[in-house]
Design a binder for this molecule. Structure first.
Ligand SMILES: Cc1cc2nc3c(=O)[nH]c(=O)nc-3n(C[C@H](O)[C@H](O)[C@H](O)COP(=O)(O)OP(=O)(O)OC[C@H]3O[C@@H](n4cnc5c(N)ncnc54)[C@H](O)[C@@H]3O)c2cc1C
Length: 323
């Protein structure tokens, strides 16, 4: 691809969101010049966190960017894009970047492919994106027309994350947007109920459904998750019943996850749930109904009572890990 491919980088306490590293790796593979663009935060810290994964870093400093408000990020990025004219801009398919990219698309009149799982370049030098449609039952290939840059957000886990090893040059950028104001105020952060492992970045997820019979049933899920070092997910039935916080919900109206291993305990496997986890590499379903729909979509199905099987599985995992 000719020209620069920007990757909008979201940072977290201990570095860079994995999906942003994955997008940087894919951008580098597409040819052109991959540039990490880091809105907000201390520019020196941004440089230290991102430079190992990019040849060039634009650290964009403005106090209103620090809270991650999508509207403010979009305003500043649109201004930078109009001046520097990258060929494409990528980001993670996270709640924040989806908000940012939809706004960029509207502001710049450019095409936007959301939640993509494949990216390459057309003979004409534009992006070609693949994304799941119809609840993951089909894939659509999208090509861009009209004004550039081509905009895409990348599904977590769709591309391998590159190892640290670069030492990107860092350019500090101060946005010219003098009259920038934020319409929302950042009030504070709340810990996610999913536990110490972030659901979006987890390699292993243990998720529970209505088969757990109540909030106390989630102790089994948490114990198995602790044995694996996994994050905890939930079906919507559990969230609607108030057993679990919405931040744990996997599915169409919840989070999209792409772990290496997804263990479903007492979840029927409705299409709305599967839409959030159909790119998991290996799926294990435990259900006492041998006709549960999940069994048709799981790599390993165990027909039995989760109240017996989950503790037994946790014990086996701990034994295998020598704990
Ligand atoms: C617009 C829309 C959006 C939606 N979005 C989502 C979403 O984001 N995420 C989501 O999850 N759902 C979503 N849903 C709801 C979805 O369609 C299902 O209703 C929901 O996923 C069912 O949750 P469940 O599998 O936990 O419950 P159930 O369907 O009640 O399944 C419980 C399962 O537990 C099994 N079970 C019971 N006891 C045991 C036991 N002792 N041992 C083992 N297994 C046992 C049962 O056999 C059953 O299969 C959405 C629906 C709509 C209409």
């Amino acid at each position: 691809m000719n020209g620069e491919i920007w990757v909008v980088v979201e940072r977290k306490e201990d570095g860079v969101r994995r999906v942003c590293r994955e997008a940087l790796g894919r951008a580098a593979a597409l040819g052109g010049e991959a540039v990490a663009v880091v809105p907000g935060g201390d520019p020196d810290e941004a440089a230290a966190a991102v430079a190992p994964y990019a040849k060039r870093v634009l650290a964009v400093a403005h106090p209103l960017l620090d809270d991650g408000d999508a509207e403010t990020w979009a305003a500043v990025l649109a201004e930078l894009i109009a001046v520097r004219r990258p060929a494409a801009v990528l980001g993670g398919a996270t709640a924040r970047c989806r908000g940012v990219f939809a706004r960029l698309s509207a502001r710049l009149g450019c095409g936007y492919a959301a939640d993509v799982t494949g990216l390459d370049v057309t003979p004409g030098g534009r992006l070609r994106a693949v994304r799941p449609v119809l609840g993951g039952r089909a894939y659509a290939t999208l090509e861009f027309r009209g004004p550039t840059p081509d905009l895409a957000t990348v599904r977590p886990g769709a591309f391998p994350a590159p190892a640290a090893g670069l030492a990107g040059t860092v350019e500090r950028v101060t946005p010219a947007t003098g009259a920038l104001t934020a319409r929302v105020r950042f009030a504070g952060r709340l810990p996610l109920e999913a536990g110490p492992v972030d659901l979006a970045e987890a390699d292993v997820i243990v998720a529970g459904g209505r088969g757990l019979r109540g909030p106390e049933g989630f102790r089994l899920v948490e114990d198995l998750a602790a044995a694996f070092g996994a994050a905890v997910g939930a079906s919507r039935a559990c969230v609607d019943a108030g057993w679990r916080d919405h931040s744990c919900q996997v599915g169409k109206s919840g989070r999209t996850v792409s772990p290496k291993l997804y263990v479903a305990l007492g979840i029927s496997g409705a299409v709305h749930h599967r839409m959030g986890m159909d790119s998991a590499r290996t799926v294990v379903a435990i259900n006492n109904d041998p006709n549960a729909p999940f069994f048709k979509h799981a790599d390993y199905g165990i027909a039995g009572d989760l109240f017996e099987l989950a503790p037994a599985l946790a014990a086996e995992v701990r034994k295998a890990k020598g704990e």
